[in-house]
Design a protein around this ligand. Structure first.
Ligand code: GDP
Ligand code: IMO
Ligand code: MG
Length: 422
């Protein structure tokens, strides 16, 4: 029996998970998404093609790997159909390479409306949700009202759908939210027809049988550890467990069957949406990182907030996830800075601390930085670790020492090829 490796983001999402899953897929037989839904946007670049995936795992472009959408994922048939159509156009044999858990929950058009209504009612305290219906769908899952992929095959699917929509209509009227459901439903049911053409599986059996027969599995996380429903900067988080334990509950893999835990982080930090961000650079430096790093959301196009690398936050994510190896992304984006700052500690209510505390409110918490020398050279054409400038190697070693975890890959551009193994 093999163990399943897990790859996940250690910051606030968009660390470059899609790129790295694509790079690592040749080493695996199965790639499995375990949580989140179309709030995710995972970008892959190869052979001059740039592609963004939302629900479908990032192993889909490789010729042999099977891609599984696990039970912990929430699926919007409308977005799913668009993703499938785009892949089919590119010649991907989706039917042969993609399977879906019967236990995955469906995002209804009314879930999206409820997401919008909830955000509107929060006013300036809004979460900054991607408005894909994620929160309301997980609420119905834990509230035991949800519709699942397996229900599509049942005789009473339409009735179940209608019963849930009636509940949602009551909630929407409570919010005094205006909408036109009749406009949204045809595309949703078209998406259901597309879904029906794919293989629905009991993914817990599928994966455990595969591991028993020696197949190698990589679980692909969405969002990031600091957006986790339990351990993120609540309430400014997403509605699922983005951390490693989410791979167990979101796929049906037992904790003792987890192998390597690969943590992905950017050489700096970004966040999109509201919520605390201790090292945020709300100035020209932050704007420079945003422009060079093209830090605009893959799903919503929103400008991402940017800031320096935050070691206490990284250590926290490594601890919660049991990270065994790190991969540092977007090193090339910092190539034009004379000096770089790294947050090593916080001042928390007048006390210097080296861990991420409960309350990240800037009223109580301010970052303490160390300044290091930048590398000031273009990295994007490098192919070997020996080419890396001394200052970059020092930056990497500094982080490795601070978090006691090895960095095994350094990414120096969005393309598959711009990846340096150490
Ligand atoms: P994900 O959600 O974690 O998969 O990340 P996203 O795809 O949302 O955002 C990462 C962005 O950075 C994408 O536009 C990638 O193409 C890009 N990217 C990934 N790695 C690198 C890198 O090393 N350098 C640069 N410049 N861009 C990168
Ligand atoms: P990937 O997988 C970055 C953020 C939203 C918002 C909060 C809640 O591409 O890294 P939600 O739509 O879940 O209700 O939004 O979480 N968010 C992400 N930020 N990357 C993501 O996914 C995200 N998915 C959700 O911006 O602040
Ligand atoms: Mg993303």
């Amino acid at each position: 029996m093999t163990k399943s490796d897990v790859l996940l983001g250690l910051q606030w999402g968009d660390e470059g998970k899609g790129k790295i899953v694509d790079v690592l897929t040749p080493e695996y037989d199965i790639i499995a998404r375990f949580q989140g839904g179309p709030n995710a946007g995972h970008t892959l670049e190869f052979n001059g093609i740039k592609h963004v995936l939302h629900t479908i795992p990032s192993g889909i472009f490789h010729p042999t790997a099977i891609n599984i959408v696990g039970n912990g994922v929430v699926i919007d048939p409308v977005i799913f159909k668009k993703e499938i159509d785009a892949l089919v156009k590119m010649g991907v044999d989706v039917k042969a390479k993609l399977v879906i858990s019967k236990r995955a929950h469906l995002i209804l058009p009314t879930h999206r409306l409820l997401d919008a209504a909830s955000e509107a009612s929060k006013g300036k305290n809004k979460i900054g949700s991607t408005l894909k219906g994620i929160g309301p769908t997980y609420m119905d899952k834990t509230g035991r009202n949800g519709l699942r992929i397996g229900d599509i095959e049942r005789h009473d699917f339409k009735e179940k759908y209608k019963a849930l929509v009636e509940k949602h209509k009551l909630l929407l009227s409570f919010h005094q939210f205006e909408y036109n459901l009749a406009e949204l439903e045809p595309a949703w049911f078209e998406g259901i027809e597309t879904l029906k053409q794919l293989q629905f599986v009991e993914s817990e059996h599928y994966l455990n049988n595969a591991m028993a027969s020696g197949k190698k599995v990589l679980a692909e996380g969405a969002q990031g550890s600091l957006l986790d429903i339990d351990f993120g900067s609540y309430p400014f988080v997403t509605s699922s467990n983005t951390v490693c334990s989410g791979a167990c509950s979101g796929l049906g893999i037992a904790p003792n069957r987890i192998g390597n835990v690969i943590g992905i982080f950017k050489a700096y930090c970004t966040r999109v949406g509201s919520g605390p961000f201790p090292t945020e650079l709300d100035n020209e430096v932050g704007e420079k990182i945003r422009q060079i790093g093209r830090e605009f959301g893959s799903t919503t196009g929103r400008a991402r907030r940017t800031g320096w690398l935050d070691i206490p936050a990284l250590k926290y994510a490594i601890m919660i996830n049991g990270v065994t190896e790190l991969m540092m992304m977007k090193a090339d984006v910092l190539s034009d800075f004379d000096t770089l700052k790294i947050c090593t500690h916080y001042n928390y209510n007048g006390k210097v601390i080296d861990y991420l505390p409960y309350d990240l409110d800037p009223k109580y918490l301010t970052p303490i930085y160390e300044e290091v020398k930048g590398w000031k050279c273009d990295l994007t054409q490098f192919t070997k670790k020996e080419q890396m400038p001394k200052e970059l190697v020092d930056y990497i070693k500094y982080i490795e020492k601070a978090v006691s975890t090895p960095i095994t890959i350094v990414s120096i551009g969005p393309d598959r090829k711009q990846t340096i193994k150490r």
